[in-house]
Write a protein that binds this ligand. Structure first.
Ligand code: SAM
Length: 365
């Protein structure tokens, strides 16, 4: 009797899960920056893991096709430093001729309201397409959407953007929203902060590293080499409580000024990272001293890193990829992490200029 009840409930559950998720799955897209595709993909992967629902990702070069039961694009645009635009993927075609008949009228009515002012644009990614053909697609699709929805075409300041992404052999028809965060990140570059020092981490990489470490609002984030607070500021913008340690009090004072301007919850402590005055945090996101612009103050960078790696397991509250470190590639960061017996999550090289290659690594503790 008990056996048959269990059997029944299991098959019922399986049926519900199957039908609900399958019926409601929708297609979305995100286009990432091409500067460092490996880093951009890693950031998107990390953010997808923070979503409370399952998301399947299929990469087509710089474009991620996302299949999910809820729309993740608002969250991704809000968080990702390397997502340029994202939105609803309305249709995918292998021939230009199929674009108009391939999307049902109801889908246009759901996505473009009669009161909208919309534009239709085409962009080529890793592909070339005849300019005349592109204009033809834009005009024909614009007229088609207008005839179905009653919305007006407005190219200068549309409130709704239809985008046809032309990839090699594919046309993705999307309702697209541009990233506002990328503009904000440029406005928050170190040189535009109340306090500036050349050793400060730029805001795009700082945000990307916080995302790779899986920082959520309300979490505590430690940067044991916080300098003027480039990383801490981005963690604070996400809504984390931030703790900064540095040996240099002038830089700490700068970090305090920068963090105060954001209205964040923070502590900055003057200390040597070899003797961290911190008990537990949720994440460590940091870049130890390297290069000409930041001083190691007599202690070798590798020694500082080694000490941090030894203490990290007892400082971090939970297991997972909660530690993200960026260092000059000649420091041998990934070998040090492996030698310390930890598993590496992401390991990404980034060419800054001919004399500096950075290595960004997440550690699975
Ligand atoms: C690359 S900068 C950090 C930039 C910073 N993470 C940011 O987000 O802008 C390295 C920092 O390490 C600090 N530092 C060097 N040796 C240290 C030590 N033993 N303990 C703590 N901080 C140290 C330097 O003063 C410098 O501010």
């Amino acid at each position: 009797m008990i056996f048959s009840m269990v059997k029944y409930s299991v098959s019922f559950l399986v049926e519900i899960i199957f039908t609900s998720s399958d019926a409601c799955l929708m297609n979305y897209f995100a286009q990432v920056s091409g500067e460092n595709l490996q880093l951009a993909r890693a950031e998107l992967d990390a953010l997808v893991k923070l979503c409370p629902f399952n998301i399947e990702i299929t990469w087509l070069g710089r474009v991620a096709k996302l299949q999910a039961a809820s729309n993740p694009t608002e969250f991704l645009l809000d968080r990702a430093a390397l997502v340029k635009r994202a939105g609803i993927l309305m249709g995918e075609f292998s021939h230009e001729e199929s674009i108009i008949e391939g999307i049902i009228d109801d889908s246009w009515k759901d996505n473009v309201l009669p009161s909208d002012r919309f534009s239709v644009r085409t962009i080529c990614i890793e592909s070339e397409y005849n300019q005349k053909e592109r204009v033809k697609i834009e005009k024909e699709l614009g007229a088609h959407i207008q005839s179905i929805t009653g919305a007006k075409v407005e190219l200068r300041s549309p409130n709704s953007n239809i985008l046809v992404i032309i990839l090699a052999g594919r046309f993705l028809v999307c309702k697209s929203i541009e990233s506002k965060l990328r503009h904000l990140l440029r406005e928050r570059e170190p040189g535009k902060k109340p306090f500036f020092h050349p050793s400060m981490m730029n805001s795009i990489l700082a945000r990307t590293m916080c995302n790779l470490a899986g920082v959520r609002p309300g979490n505590t984030v430690l940067d044991p080499f916080c300098g003027g607070g480039g990383i801490l500021c981005e963690a604070a913008y996400i809504g984390a409580l931030v703790i900064g340690i540095d040996k240099n009090w002038r830089l700490l004072e700068g970090a305090r000024r920068n963090l105060s301007a954001i209205n964040s919850k923070y502590s900055v402590i003057q200390a040597d990272a070899l003797h961290l005055p911190v008990q537990t945090v949720d994440h460590i996101v940091t870049d130890p001293p390297y290069g000409r612009s930041s001083s190691t103050r007599g202690t070798e960078s590798r020694e500082l890193l080694d000490s941090l790696l030894r203490k990290a397991p007892s400082i971090l509250q939970s297991s997972g990829e909660n530690l993200c470190v960026c260092a000059s590639s000649d420091m041998g960061l990934s070998e040090m992490i492996r030698d310390a017996g930890f598993r590496i999550g992401h390991e990404i090289k980034m060419i800054v200029h001919s004399g500096l290659v950075r290595e960004i690594v997440t550690v699975n503790l």
